[in-house]
Design a protein around this ligand. Sequence first.
Ligand SMILES: Cc1cc2nc3c(=O)[nH]c(=O)nc-3n(C[C@H](O)[C@H](O)[C@H](O)COP(=O)(O)OP(=O)(O)OC[C@H]3O[C@@H](n4cnc5c(N)ncnc54)[C@H](O)[C@@H]3O)c2cc1C
Length: 453
Amino acid sequence: MIVKPQKPLHWAIVGGGMLGLTLAHRMSAQGHHVSLIEAGDQLGGLTSVWELGSVTWEKHYHVILLSDSRLRNLLQEVQLEDQLKWVETKTGFFTDGQMYSMSDTKEFLTFPPLKFIEKIRLGGTIFYASKIRNWKRLEKIPVTKWLKRWSGKGTFEKIWMPLLRAKLGDAYEVTSASFIWAAISRMYKARRSGLKKEMFGYVRGGYRTIIQRMASILSERNVPVLTGHAIRRVQKNADGKFTIDFADQPSQEFDRVIMTTPSTVIEKACVDLTDDERSRLGSTQYLGIVNASMLVDKPVSPYYVTNITDGWVPMTAVIEMSNIVDREETDQKSLIYLPKYVPAGDPLFEKSDEEIRESFLTAMEKMHPEFSRDDVSAFRIARARNVMAIPTLEYSKSLPEQTSSVPGLYLVNSAYITKGNLNVNETIQIAEDAMDGCLKAELANHKVGVATR
Ligand SMILES: Cc1cc2nc3c(=O)[nH]c(=O)nc-3n(C[C@H](O)[C@H](O)[C@H](O)COP(=O)(O)OP(=O)(O)OC[C@H]3O[C@@H](n4cnc5c(N)ncnc54)[C@H](O)[C@@H]3O)c2cc1C
């Protein structure tokens, strides 16, 4: 009997962020016929770059942790591991109008805002969280309740509460304890080795280098990359294929579709999903960000991150990227980000650039007496509404199946990160798990040749 080889499928991967890029890279490496579809005019999504004065860098700050093994494997695959640079960093805390260094155990033990017993409870909470393996039970407990239980009222009010508010806005009230567990686990892993010093890394040239390298590999493999293609509708036809309609481009047909965009986009575009699937997608609560970047003539602090617990400061933190990234990369200037995390519907998104700039720079001048807005040579504001799905109570149960009710339509976005906080390493894991899970059978059934690179 002659077995007829299965006809190769044409896969649409919707969303050209790190998730879609990883899928396109890995699937094309196995010889699958994929097209990568991206609404923006460049690839990268949240890791994409822009020009800030004389410097081209990410709209949102990114660092790599020593423990980001999946990301490091990917960098090795695309031959960029040797471009990684590791730097020891310091952390600051701005609390009660004062700046403190909180970069090692000694500084932690002498941190004045907390009494000795409060420090013990804070350290104990972090240590205990780092040992928890059964994170699913934390999904049932509000983060506020869990932190009060383990850290006590004083530490909660002085440290955790302001940090939660800064990081999640009012959404902290509906967030489960798995959020803080995931954040602590990631930071704990980052400091696990050696002297518990914090080491962060970046690839020379930043994510621009990574995205460009991945795009050039896709191009060598003749993978169509359709930037400027914002999808409007994904519909299954009677012949089993999918038609994708775009906002400003002619429609195209594909055999299979993988959606990596935010759940809110999937809910609106994928019209064949059941009411239950669409309601699950539509009820995902997203955390957004209003993120200013600026180039300053002089360094502002020795810290990579300055956490802020004083409620009057309009930013969540100060991120001085130049304490990691070599100044040669940033025209000898200090590259600083001033992020404010807010829920996707927050009125801050409607404020003008001028209003935001004024409030952020005024706060910087109060926090750092040596800082002057006269030293700022470039200032831009990035806004992203759908950054991270908020892990609400029993969040993992609220997600629809990744193999959707529509045969051939798969849901593989970052909202499926259930036991971690949003970061590129977790994002890559979602892509890898999908290829080993929901996509596995179809990829095996339609096996094809392996690409040369
Ligand atoms: C301020 C900030 C700091 C961060 N810091 C770090 C860090 O230090 N380290 C770290 O590892 N990670 C960090 N991250 C997280 C990291 O950026 C994300 O994990 C990762 O970029 C997510 O990739 P993604 O592909 O899932 O999503 P996205 O990057 O959001 O990609 C989704 C893509 O879908 C596209 N899209 C949306 N709608 C449509 C449509 N209708 N049609 C076609 N395309 C569409 C979007 O344009 C986008 O390109 C940070 C994120 C932010 C915002």
